[in-house]
Design a protein around this ligand. Structure first.
Ligand code: G1P
Length: 308
């Protein structure tokens, strides 16, 4: 009897609880701002970029967050931890609104950290999550992308993973001139409008050679078999162990259920690029109740004064 129950449980897909957030990058595009501060802590309006990503994971039901960090990343741990002195000061002042904001980032999720050690690529960073994740499916969220907080992309990906028992990536149609900046997918359609089956993947194809304009954006729902594949994955583009190469193996290997893509049609903010970072802040701020009205008014006055 017990044996039957156990088999049934093993056969069932487990609802995801774990999110892995690689955050070991050096952030050289933002120097000197990132000389002594992790790029993930750069504010997007008044919240560090990383908090949007953790909030997105939590909104999709993922309450266990593992960050893959490196040297100079202590501020990340501090941000998601209590700051007794600050909390006491705000409490003494009766500033409950700010106190709530400070406490919120502490209570968001169950946070864990592991260091990447050698910077051997995104695939290597994900492999560092193996001990923590074990044999469960899990999500990977890259910190440079912020998905419109109102959009349920990650929940949709988790649903597709559960329905198809497969790994799932988020795909975005990009300007073909930009495709060389991404992992690019060749796909075939399925019976669902927003879901495609991946038949081929190439990491950052040379300009002009991309097989499509469907780019992987930084959201993945992965079966634990990815760890077995990553362990065998040889350095690829840029001499790094590429998650894209391991996904191609999952997509084409016979035993892993394939890889599907959810085609994302919502808004995504790229905070990894300086110009897009500035645009992200403006777009998110104009929609806020506290800052939006004044900022919109100012932008309307300011824009006509601009000369080429
Ligand atoms: C990584 C992945 C790439 C993906 C991109 C999304 O590249 O390797 O396949 O398209 O994230 O942001 P990175 O931007 O870290 O170089």
């Amino acid at each position: 009897m017990l044996g039957v129950q156990t088999d049934t449980l093993v056969g069932m897909s487990t609802r995801l609880t774990k999110a892995v957030i690689p955050a070991a990058g050096l952030g050289t595009r933002f120097l000197p701002a990132t000389k002594a501060m992790p790029k993930e802590m750069l504010p997007v309006v008044d919240k560090p970029a990383i908090q949007y990503v953790v909030e997105e994971a939590v909104a999709a039901g993922l309450t266990d967050v593992l960050m893959i960090t490196g040297r100079n990343k202590n501020a990340l741990e501090n941000h998601f931890d209590r700051v007794g002195e600050l909390e006491a000061t705000l409490e003494a002042k009766g500033d409950t609104e700010r106190l709530k904001k400070v406490e919120y980032s502490t209570s968001l999720a169950d946070m864990h950290y592991v260091r990447q050690g050698d910077p051997l690529g995104l695939g290597h960073a994900v492999l560092r999550a193996h001990m923590h994740v074990g044999r469960e499916p899990f999500a990977v969220l890259l910190g440079d992308d912020i998905i419109d907080p109102g959009n349920p992309l990650l929940s949709r990906m988790i649903d597709v993973h559960e329905q198809r028992d497969a790994s799932v990536v988020a795909l975005l149609e990009v300007d073909p001139a930009q495709a060389h900046l991404y992992g690019v997918a060749t796909v075939e359609s399925t019976d669902e409008d927003d879901v495609v089956r991946i038949t081929d993947l190439v990491e950052k194809p040379a300009p002009g050679t991309a097989p499509s304009n469907l780019a992987i954006i930084g959201r993945y729902v992965l079966k634990p078999q990815i760890f077995d594949v990553l362990r065998e994955t040889q350095p690829g583009k840029g001499g790094e162990i590429q998650l894209t190469d391991a996904l191609l193996e999952l997509a084409s290997g016979p035993h892993h259920g394939g890889v599907y893509g959810v085609v994302f049609r919502g808004r995504r903010f790229d905070t990894g690029d300086r110009l897009d970072y500035i645009k992200s802040i403006v777009q998110l701020a104009v929609e806020r109740d506290d800052l939006g009205p004044d900022l919109r008014r100012w932008l309307r006055d300011f824009a006509p004064t601009l000369k080429d």
